[in-house]
Design a protein around this ligand. Structure first.
Ligand SMILES: [Zn+2]
Length: 240
């Protein structure tokens, strides 16, 4: 018997989602983001790259423009208007102090209480090997949540230190602890993923809507089994 997931904390106003690529937040997490923005909370996105190495048939310089546009459109569907790109190179992001500094600076600018990122583990639930960018960015986000609050670490960022991050939530974790009810926002989760049309069309011959719907509804149904039967998005929550 798998244990039930706890509801995510709701006593916060500002969240910042930091991920490696356009589409990382749309493979499930966007339904939760839409539920939060519906409830009047502010969510911003920071992306380490423009995902320029993500479409085999499109050269990076063209791909970056397409994928930035698609990411902004998919964010808007989930009620997010603040979308920043940090300009790291897709596929070869290096974990290290330069990345931690960039992410700590972003956290200091946005001053979130909740930080969201994508699974930094070696694998997706033990089955598929994760990508180096997801591992590097996810780990650096967890570290930067602490760095942001320490004025002696990266003292030269433009924004003041911010020690107000109360939780870091990991989407796509193989060992989730919490979940968000997405009964009323699931449809926007589907539409948010569909905005990555050029990416999806290069990935599969399946109709983009059928592809997005199968995935997003499938994830939500799977999580529902551990959340009282309600369609939900799961997170592993690290309190700070
Ligand atoms: Zn990715």
């Amino acid at each position: 018997m798998t244990s039930q997931l706890e509801p995510m904390p709701e006593d916060w106003q500002r969240a910042l989602a930091i991920v490696a690529h356009p589409d990382d937040l749309e493979y499930g997490c966007a339904s939760a983001v839409a539920a939060w923005t519906d409830a009047g909370r502010e969510v911003s996105y920071v992306l380490a790259t423009k995902g320029e190495a993500g479409i085999d048939t499109l050269e990076p310089v063209k791909s970056a423009a397409v994928r930035e546009r698609e990411q902004r459109a998919s964010a808007a569907v989930a009620g997010v208007t603040s979308v920043e790109f940090l300009g790291h190179a897709d596929g070869v992001i290096e974990y290290g102090t330069a990345l931690r500094r960039d992410l700590a600076a972003a956290i200091r600018r946005h001053r979130p209480e909740l930080v969201i990122t994508l699974n930094p583990d070696d694998t997706w639930n033990g089955t598929y090997w994760n990508t180096p960018d997801h591992r590097a960015v996810g780990r650096a986000v967890l570290d930067a949540a602490g760095d942001a609050g320490n004025r002696w670490i990266f003292p030269d960022t433009e924004a003041e230190p911010w020690d107000g991050v109360r939780w870091v939530a990991i989407a796509g974790s193989g060992s989730p602890t919490h979940a968000v009810d997405v009964t009323t926002s699931l449809e926007r989760g589907v539409r948010s993923l569909m905005e990555h049309r050029a990416y999806i069309e290069a990935l599969t011959t399946e109709d983009p809507e059928a592809y997005a719907r199968n995935l997003i509804e499938g994830f939500a149904r799977e999580t529902a089994e551990r959340f009282g039967g309600r369609p939900a998005v799961a997170f592993r929550l690290f309190p700070r």
